[in-house]
Design a binder for this molecule. Sequence first.
Ligand code: GLA
Length: 371
Amino acid sequence: MSPAPSPANSRAREAFAAAFGHAPDGVAFAPGRVNLIGDHVDYNDGLVLPMPLALGTAVAWRRSDGPDFTARAADYHGEAYRFDPSAPPPAGDGWHSLVHGMAALMREVAALDGGLDLLIAGNLPRGAGLSSSASLCIAVGRAILAASQTAPLAAQPLAQVAQAVEHRFAGVACGIMDQMAIAAGTPGAAMLLDCRSLAWQEVTLPPEWSVLVLQSGVERELVDGAYNTRRQECESAARKLGVASLRDVNPAGFDPAPLGPAEARRARHVVFEIDRTRRAAAAIAAGDIALLGTLLREAHASMRDLFEASHPEVDRQVAMINDWIGAEGGARMTGGGFGGAIVAILPAPRADSLARELTAQGYAEAMRVFN
Ligand code: GLA
């Protein structure tokens, strides 16, 4: 059964009619995602455990005459961006570059005759580590596919086009986790994704657990530069260890001797985080919330101390939430880091009181993404 349409779809449809003066031909949607565990391992060929969200990006579309696209974003006061998809996209991680970049690269996989009017409306918080940019790219890709009436594209090539947009136009050397989770996943179902083979399997959480996403309120800054530097450190560590990627290092045999101090910390994070992700998927399958909680805490400490991609305020909030949860479950910062969102997994009957407690203390409203 397909999930109910997102409220973002009706917003996009209505805003399209208001902006362009007629109804759209269709609306495409792509969710955001939260990563339960396994951060900064996707570009090291590792294992990740993301879960698509019900929130995401809707793109209302209608075919137009001529080659040009006109895109408007409801969240930016309907500002219009008109472009020829065969012209080079502007550089940068703003929505213009992502939408134009997607339209340019989709030309290689979808034969669209003419242009498109697009209206973008989303309900994902931006800069919160919930993948609003991959969500935008995949939604635009789906709109182009629907408009071009080409045979549906499988999740993997669509995800790879969206990743190429980030690399070539946004300047972010990201991995493939976000795009694969968004293109292939089902909201509310976690997926264990092997970022080397791109094979994945659904991991069903016990219905008596809840997954909450909490906004730390710490805005991420200078993220792209720091992200790309981390990736370079990991690749350099792999070369010095004589492996194709850090995925190939067995945690039991990890010997950081050839590495500089920073590289050694980054590599240790990646090697053990991949192992934790594998163990977390097993803990979920076994219904062992205490073990899962321990792994979430270890993962947070590793992002903080070894990968150095956390933030003191987020560390404080994660520690407070972990104290509140106790042994049955746990919390960690999720996504690229340097601020953003916190994910917490705990017994469902306690989730409401945690959410209430945090709101009473002045934190943003918690989002229940599972149960
Ligand atoms: C960002 C990137 C992903 C991944 C995460 C960290 O979301 O887009 O590819 O590297 O950070 O796990």
